[in-house]
Design a protein around this ligand. Structure first.
Ligand SMILES: [Zn+2]
Ligand SMILES: [Zn+2]
Ligand SMILES: [Zn+2]
Length: 357
């Protein structure tokens, strides 16, 4: 058993509904926003924002030797002659024990007058980045980080064969403030039967720009940022890291491949090592400039549906958790960013130059 003290708010304790209710995806009829209702998520460690003190994890389910604490692995890089679900791995992918969506079942859209919903079908996997509890992307070797991206690619290729899914995202919550419930470094991969609204906005923007200019907007952003260089953080042979022109929060950073590529899963192994380099340099620079922030990292890539989006361009977004979104952001969707991206870029550039990696 996972030896973590569950700490639910009192209002949750009073509820006796069936926690095994299947997840559902419901559409808000006013905004057309889809919401995932998933009761099993309430069971995970640190699921609740609460002021009650929680006991520390007694054992880490992601450390070697504790493989039986997790669902069985779906993929692993392991030493020859070692058995699945036993020590000997260096990167391990498992199903999430507390999935937002579940892999079995059908989507079955149902509408009832105003309301629409579908089965909460999806894949929710955890990629345990390393067998070492205390490493992070900055302290792992470049080759190891490249292998992590290579394994993400493998999982994307496998999940994209499932015709129920329209979109796959990989993301990482680093630090409690960014929502990580387990300290051991891990990514999550979620495949869903929908295209998220936020991604749809980017896809629409890229398509509209392409129709008007016959160019990829990301490729043009890269050209412009290299030309003016005030928001450029660093560049490698195949990638650039920039502070976006309209950064939502301080030190929001995008890492974009310099050659046009719409799907992450088309990445070559050579590119994954260059990607590992720029991710390590960027996170190192953030650690230097803003003191090891908690952060969210997301990988945005073209959806799986046909016809596809050749004018889209995959990228990583890193958002350090330096501020809480409050009433104005929730009420309007406008973010107020107190640090101009040009200032953040200058700070990060300085940190990149001061350190050789
Ligand atoms: Zn651990
Ligand atoms: Zn492009
Ligand atoms: Zn994006």
């Amino acid at each position: 058993m996972l030896s973590v003290q569950q700490s639910e708010p009192a209002w949750m304790n009073r509820m006796h509904d069936n926690r095994n209710m299947r997840p559902e995806i419901r559409k808000d009829p006013l905004s057309n926003r889809w919401i995932i209702i998933s009761k099993v998520r309430s069971m995970r460690p640190n699921a609740w924002i609460t002021t009650r003190h929680k006991s520390a994890d007694l054992i880490c389910p992601f450390c070697p030797g504790n493989e039986s604490e997790t669902p069985p692995e779906v993929y692993a890089i392991r030493k020859p002659d070692t058995k699945p679900n036993k020590p000997g791995w260096s990167i391990r992918v498992i199903s999430n024990k507390y999935p937002a969506l579940i892999i079995e079942g059908e989507i079955n859209p149902i509408s009832n007058r105003l309301y629409e919903k579908m089965g909460g079908v999806g894949a929710h996997e955890v990629l345990i980045e390393t067998s070492h509890h205390d490493l992070d992307l900055t302290s792992m070797s470049r080759k190891h980080v490249a292998n992590i991206f290579w394994v993400i690619r493998e999982r994307f290729l496998d999940l994209s064969r499932d015709k129920r899914f329209q979109f796959i995202i990989a993301f990482k919550n680093h630090g409690k403030l960014a929502g990580a419930s387990i300290d051991h470094p891990h990514f999550q991969i979620i495949a869903i039967p929908l295209i998220p609204k936020q991604v749809e906005e980017e896809l629409d923007g890229a398509r509209q720009y392409y129709l008007k200019n016959s160019h990829c907007i990301f490729c043009d952003i890269i050209d412009q940022e290299l030309m003016i260089s005030s928001r450029l953080v660093t560049q490698t042979r195949h990638f650039i890291a920039i502070e976006p022109y309209a950064a939502r929060s301080p030190y929001e950073t995008w890492i974009v491949p310099r050659s046009h590529q719409c799907r992450f899963q088309e990445i070559s192994y050579e590119l994954t090592s260059d990607l590992a380099d720029i991710v390590k340099i960027t996170l190192h620079a953030m650690n230097q400039s803003i003191g090891k922030p908690a952060f969210n990292l997301v990988l945005h890539t073209s959806p799986l549906i046909k016809p596809d989006y050749p004018e889209y361009h995959w990228h990583l977004e890193i958002i350090p958790k330096l501020m809480n979104f409050a009433g104005f952001e929730i009420g309007t969707g406008y973010h107020i960013n107190p640090i101009p991206p040009e200032e953040a870029a200058a700070k990060l550039r300085e940190a990149v130059h001061q350190h050789s990696f």
